[in-house]
Design a protein around this ligand. Sequence first.
Ligand SMILES: *[C@@H]1O[C@H](CO)[C@@H](O)[C@H](O)[C@H]1NC(C)=O
Ligand SMILES: *[C@@H]1O[C@H](CO)[C@@H](O)[C@H](O)[C@H]1NC(C)=O
Ligand SMILES: *[C@@H]1O[C@H](CO)[C@@H](O)[C@H](O)[C@H]1NC(C)=O
Ligand SMILES: *[C@@H]1O[C@H](CO)[C@@H](O)[C@H](O)[C@H]1NC(C)=O
Ligand SMILES: *[C@@H]1O[C@H](CO)[C@@H](O)[C@H](O)[C@H]1NC(C)=O
Ligand SMILES: *[C@@H]1O[C@H](CO)[C@@H](O)[C@H](O)[C@H]1NC(C)=O
Ligand SMILES: *[C@@H]1O[C@H](CO)[C@@H](O)[C@H](O)[C@H]1NC(C)=O
Ligand SMILES: [Cu+2]
Length: 572
Amino acid sequence: MSSSFSHHGLQASQYTILFFLSICLAFFNVEAKVHHLKWEIKYEFKSPDCFKKLAITINGLTPGPTVTATQGDTLVIDVTNSLLTENVAIHWHGIRQIGTPWSDGTEGVTQCPVQPGDTFTYRFVVDRAGTYMYHAHYGMQRSAGLNGLIRVLVPEGTVEPFEYDDERHLLLNDWWHKSTYEQAAGLSSPTFEWVGEPQSLLINGRGKYNCSLAAGAMDSCNKENSECLPESLTVVQGKTYRFRIASVASLSAFNLEIEGHIMTIVEADGHYVEPVVVKNLNIYSGETYSVIVKADQDNSSNYWVALNVVSRKPNTATGTAILNYYPNHPLKSPPTVAPVGALWNDTAYRVNQSKSIVSHHSYIEAPPRTTDRTIILLNTQNKINGHMKWAINNVSFTLPTTPYLIAMKNKLHHVFSQKPAPETYDYENYDIHTVLSNPNTSSSNSIYKLGFSSTVDIILQNANTLSPNNSETHPWHLHGHDFWVLGFGKNKFDPKVDPKNYNLVNPIQRNTVPLHPYGWTALRFSANNPGVWAFHCHIEAHFFMGMGVVFEAGVEKVGKLPKSIRGCGESK
Ligand SMILES: *[C@@H]1O[C@H](CO)[C@@H](O)[C@H](O)[C@H]1NC(C)=O
Ligand SMILES: *[C@@H]1O[C@H](CO)[C@@H](O)[C@H](O)[C@H]1NC(C)=O
Ligand SMILES: *[C@@H]1O[C@H](CO)[C@@H](O)[C@H](O)[C@H]1NC(C)=O
Ligand SMILES: *[C@@H]1O[C@H](CO)[C@@H](O)[C@H](O)[C@H]1NC(C)=O
Ligand SMILES: *[C@@H]1O[C@H](CO)[C@@H](O)[C@H](O)[C@H]1NC(C)=O
Ligand SMILES: *[C@@H]1O[C@H](CO)[C@@H](O)[C@H](O)[C@H]1NC(C)=O
Ligand SMILES: *[C@@H]1O[C@H](CO)[C@@H](O)[C@H](O)[C@H]1NC(C)=O
Ligand SMILES: [Cu+2]
């Protein structure tokens, strides 16, 4: 730069001014930005799959707007609750909230719900580049449509370990025609009405329900509604695309396939992956991925993007979007039948793909070699007074009326159980392959208190449900931290043998991981983020039925709590 100046015969003083100006500009370029967003949350009639129902919208949209920021930026989001008769809370899924645990958006854990008419401000730093999501975290509200994608970009000039010409997004969801109230009431009733398989699968908020099946509700279903035109993603032959993918599903595990194209997995939950080439991607609720796709096929037609349910016996049509090769019409139907993806019950295939996701060799942050504490969490289906529940080590989780963060910071010891949550189960005698002879369990809001900055291993242990020969997939999500995924195993975890086979070399770090049927998943994390954090199954109905735990670490190090998180329980 200075050499080009010299040709223009500038005076020394002018150099000085230009020098300082360029320093200022350079500084300006890297200076973190503050993004102010104003969101109004309200119910509107929407027809994302051609069937009209009430959906929760953000500024009129479901899914909500994609949030884009650069690593280090601050997001300030004013959320106004215009739901009239319903509370709300929004969780920023994958953002660790270092120093701002009160902005995690977990109702009952980190804040009181935002009441109708109120405005709550979430303020936090997005400290790591990657693909994340946001969604409601109150009751079963997520399934009403309050969700969206968060893109955190690398600082300008930072090279990522892959190249692409442009980006496309795939926000994946499953969708029911019953309201979340009907779903929640069914789950809580003594006769137990399960939510059932979704009516449709949505890609970027668009799906297609077969209106002929909407008997009795035909006037609510209109296949010509423009809201349910398929999502179309345009590509140009020869170009390479980064697809940012997130699943906000309430229930389903998905298999995603782009007809005729292979995908290279390069990012998982904000961490770079040693590239894995796949024909299709298994993605569980709460997970995000980036995959690289080359538009290298014949450009005379369009191709299907196909979303299929796996791990549960599917009873939902394949969700489709169109991969549109320029210059074909964006909505021109591909001439083929959409791919059906992997066999829904091929557990070995999915476990293998889970195991293949490891850290990119240039970005390895090795885990501590040893742990300070091992907590084994047995996942079971149970009953309380005849009501169907899920339990962890025979405790079905309930939220206290005073959020933990407020209770612990203010030493309100009486507002939740002070009994430590159970560290393990009777693993020597427990048979994970049979139906419990006594399904009874009890509920509690007890928690795990972790030593600040200690290393904690979590073993998720799966088991049979209350149906013979059935074990389900549970995607577990940790708030406030990423964990290292040390291993996946079949059958019962053996604390003497299995740790010897942990991957301590290049495990991926992430915030959500599947627990596969009749298997175990081993995780390690450092409890180094002061606060109170939920760790739970990301299946909406399962968490609602008690499938979760809470960790506290270093709560005394948390700064002064904002008043705005109060207003419920004993925190008034
Ligand atoms: C829609 O459902 C009707 C009634 O079951 C069936 O006859 C028809 O084939 C279905 N259409 C599609 C596109 O699946
Ligand atoms: C379509 O493909 C043909 C054959 O590969 C190529 O010559 C042409 O440039 C492509 N058109 C576009 C718009 O990509
Ligand atoms: C998987 O499900 C199909 C039917 O959807 C069935 O035919 C097959 O036997 C099942 N395979 C296994 C291993 O259970
Ligand atoms: C398991 O995954 C690896 C990729 O890590 C792949 O090469 C291999 O073919 C897979 N095996 C099976 C049985 O799916
Ligand atoms: C389980 O709980 C029910 C009450 O909800 C009770 O009637 C039953 O006896 C209990 N079963 C066992 C084995 O304790
Ligand atoms: C779980 O707890 C219930 C009571 O809360 C008890 O009846 C049952 O035996 C326990 N089950 C196991 C497997 O320990
Ligand atoms: C469960 O599986 C076992 C063996 O794996 C088999 O003997 C039994 O018949 C199965 N039971 C049911 C209800 O399918
Ligand atoms: Cu679950």
